[in-house]
Design a protein around this ligand. Structure first.
Ligand SMILES: [Zn+2]
Length: 85
């Protein structure tokens, strides 16, 4: 069973789409642009290369190191026993 997710990049030489397949994610046959790749898939594909089927150039895909400036937080309200009537 060939179940995977894929990231599609564009060959800078000819503009053809180049597909990178990964079995690292939830394998839901998702298709992601390079700007929006789930972390598990990005880690799996980092440094991979594929030949462009149109011009035979080699396309390399790498993660872009970016400092994380914000993160989501969650607040939970805990009600003390006896305060609810
Ligand atoms: Zn190409």
């Amino acid at each position: 069973m060939g179940v995977y997710d894929e990231v599609y990049a564009v060959c800078a030489n000819c503009g053809e789409r180049v597909y990178f397949q990964s079995k690292a994610g939830d394998c839901s046959m998702g298709s992601y642009s390079p700007d929006d790749v789930p972390i598990a898939i990005a880690a799996d594909l980092d440094g991979d290369s594929q030949g462009c089927t149109n011009c035979e150039a080699t396309v390399l895909i790498e993660t872009i190191p970016e400092p994380i400036k914000t993160i989501r937080m969650q607040a939970t309200t805990i009600i003390k026993r006896g305060r609810l009537t």
